[in-house]
Design a protein around this ligand. Structure first.
Ligand code: AFP
Length: 334
């Protein structure tokens, strides 16, 4: 008799059973995230053979060139959720303004914020890509959500996670009770439970940063990264440098093996590059749930008071002791 693997659906329903009053709405929302993952994963497997590489010729709200796959991934998220009845608003890196659901459709009680394709510079060279999502609850009955209702602290997230399009496709998420990972079994089109209660090592030996920006970093950041390169067996140095150009892939690596990812502020961009609401906050929720830390260098990411939907924030994320050491250097205490 085969040992029946735990599919995403079965796992969510089992978990939901332990939540008195939980409706199937949230479970179905996560299943829809998985569907987007299957759609994009399928396209990526054939990207070199079908005309989805290259750019659309447009620029997005961030002023960045839009890759065809960015637009495709964003479209998939919108189409899957717009008529799902699980959400009442969607916000995306690729859309200047949030979109609410058609008035004549059931309004779900969740708001979904997402980066539909993370690591766009990797699309045309077969390198890893991802998607990042953050879920907020909307419980007003008197009106539809506004953009302001989506600009909330990371501590208010009810769920968060990511899709990783790597050698395999994975869905990793947390609802605040630990971190679970599911790997897509393409042969049956199901996500199967593969990582249970993920714990990030307290200290790693890998760092991920774009050192091409070294001269733009603060003195404290430069001193910290310099210190990682010193040979000192007792403290496990030098660390190895691993930087994929895809935040999701780099964070996934350190979630499983330990280490630190840095996209710090720069002289001309003190707020850094990464977006708070749909990149830093969701990944901070996941990493903290696995026992790690996520900081701006001077403050906990999840407590940053957001002001704008596409607000950027410096991100130092990973193993607890590594992030604490980076903070000490950045704050001039080391
Ligand atoms: P793109 O999606 O524009 O490629 O940005 C990816 C990203 O947000 C994150 O996934 C990477 O870690 C980081 O930016 C790469 O940025 P640099 O190319 O400046 O190192």
């Amino acid at each position: 008799m085969r040992e029946f693997p735990l599919t995403l659906n079965r796992f969510i329903i089992q978990s939901q059973a332990s939540h008195q009053g939980a409706t199937g709405e949230f479970s179905s929302l996560l299943t829809q995230i998985g569907l987007v993952g299957k759609l994009i994963s399928e396209d990526l497997r054939r990207a070199g053979l079908i005309n989805i590489l290259g750019t659309t010729g447009d620029t997005n709200v961030q002023g960045e060139t839009v890759k065809k796959l960015d637009a495709l991934a964003n479209d998939d998220f919108v189409k899957v959720f717009q008529h799902s009845g699980y959400v009442c608003a969607l916000a995306s890196e690729e859309m200047e303004k949030p979109i609410s659901m058609p008035g004549n459709w059931p309004q779900g009680k969740y708001m979904l914020l997402f980066d539909p394709l993370d690591g766009s510079s990797n699309t045309d060279n077969n390198m890893p890509l991802g998607a990042i999502f953050s879920v907020l609850k909307y419980d007003r009955a008197d009106r539809l959500p506004t953009e302001g209702d989506m600009i909330r602290r990371g501590t208010e997230q009810v769920a968060a996670g990511y899709l990783l399009y790597g050698s395999s496709t994975m869905l990793v998420y947390t609802v605040g009770e630990g971190v679970y990972g599911f790997t897509l079994e393409p042969g049956i089109g199901e996500y199967l439970l593969s990582h249970v209660q993920v714990r990030i090592p307290d200290k790693g030996k890998v760092y991920a940063a774009n050192e091409g920006n070294y001269n733009k970093w603060s003195e404290g950041t430069r001193k910290y990264v310099d210190a990682l390169k010193v040979s000192d067996k007792a403290t496990g140095r030098p660390y190895s440098a691993r930087y994929s150009g895809c935040l999701v892939a780099d964070v996934h690596r350190l979630l499983l093996g330990g280490g630190i990812y840095l996209y710090p502020g720069e002289a001309d961009k003190p707020e850094g590059k990464l977006r708070l609401l749909y990149e830093a906050n969701p990944l901070a929720f996941v990493v903290e749930q696995a026992g790690g830390k996520a900081s701006t260098g001077t403050a906990r990411i999840l407590e940053v008071e957001p002001k704008k939907l596409h607000q950027r924030v410096p991100l130092i994320i990973g193993s607890r002791l590594d992030v604490e050491q980076a903070e000490a250097y950045i704050q001039g205490r080391a």
